[in-house]
Design a protein around this ligand. Structure first.
Ligand SMILES: [Cu+2]
Length: 303
């Protein structure tokens, strides 16, 4: 009993394969700018600018190593089977009822073991990211609202026993900066200081994150989530809302400027001079007149 398969002539197939491979290689190499190469070296992660960042990056890196090792093993086995068990003559059909018990036990247990290892390291890194120093160097009250951010910086002595909830705030007075969809706000932070962010939402669930810090946390109405970060490298970084929160979610951006302590103090004085002061942090709600950035009079467009 022979299987009737039309014969393909090898040469044209090999030639088109070669041309396709060449095309793909040229495309990939041509697309590699210096920024791309940096991205490749960083495995698509931004440069780490916080004390917590390396932990996330190590988890990411070793997940890649594990995935690549698994991939190479699987690809190797596929090609081995393709070559070794290829059909050698037209009337040959392999036995259809073979099995290999040790192999089946292996490919059941191995993925379970991999998941256990991934889970262990994920929890280990998560513990680092969610760990909180009871005495952070400063506390910033952050408000997420459709669709921008307000950053409230404390002035004077910090009371680290304050909960950040129910008007129990760490400072007696604040200076603040607020953005709109048309005017992206800037969060200024001192370098090498552990900052606690108390995250408040005035409406829906947002998520506060700075890619270069390699950490983020949800901003949930009705509760105060707390995230601690220690920025380690001075510079300007983009930040964003990571949770689809409505039609202008993509405009819910901010910039982060990590500066020296002296520059930070000068910045707070600047805000105070501009009259952006309050006894309590601005947490949205009655502080928000309407959905910012969407009225037609505001600068910028909604496109
Ligand atoms: Cu949002």
């Amino acid at each position: 009993m022979g299987l009737q398969v039309p014969k393909l002539s090898g040469a044209p197939v090999r030639r088109s394969l070669k041309i396709a491979l060449l095309g793909v290689t040229i495309l990939v190499l041509a697309g590699c700018s210096e920024a791309d190469q940096r991205q490749i070296r960083n495995l698509a992660m931004p440069d780490r600018a916080s004390a917590e960042g390396p932990f996330t990056y190590e988890l990411w890196k070793w997940a890649w190593v594990a995935a690549m090792a698994t991939g190479i093993l699987v690809w190797g086995l596929i090609f081995y089977a393709v070559v070794k068990f290829r059909r050698r003559s037209d009337d040959e059909v392999p036995r259809q009822t073979r099995y290999n018990l040790p192999l089946e036990v292996f490919y059941t247990i191995a993925p379970v073991l991999m998941c256990v290892v991934f889970f262990f390291h994920t929890v280990r890194v998560q513990d680092v990211m969610t760990e909180r120093d009871p005495e952070p160097d400063l506390t910033v009250e952050v408000t997420g609202q459709q669709w921008s951010w307000t950053f409230n910086h404390g002035v004077g002595e910090q009371d680290t026993s304050a909960t950040g909830e129910d008007d129990d705030f760490a400072y007696d007075s604040y200076v603040y900066t607020s953005g709109t969809g048309a005017d992206i706000p800037t969060l200024v932070l001192p370098v090498d200081r552990t900052v606690q962010f108390n995250l408040h939402s005035a409406d829906v669930i947002h998520s506060f994150g700075v890619p270069s810090f390699l950490t983020k946390l949800d901003v949930i109405p009705g509760r105060v989530n707390k995230l601690q970060v220690t920025p380690t490298v001075e510079g300007t970084y983009p930040g964003k809302c990571y949770e689809l929160c409505g039609v202008s979610h993509s405009r819910m951006l901010f910039n982060v400027e990590v500066v020296s302590q002296a520059e930070y103090d000068a910045y707070l004085a600047e805000l105070a001079e501009a009259g952006q002061t309050a006894d309590d942090p601005l947490l949205g709600g009655s502080d928000v007149e309407d959905q910012v950035g969407l009225d037609e009079d505001s600068e910028g467009s909604n496109e």
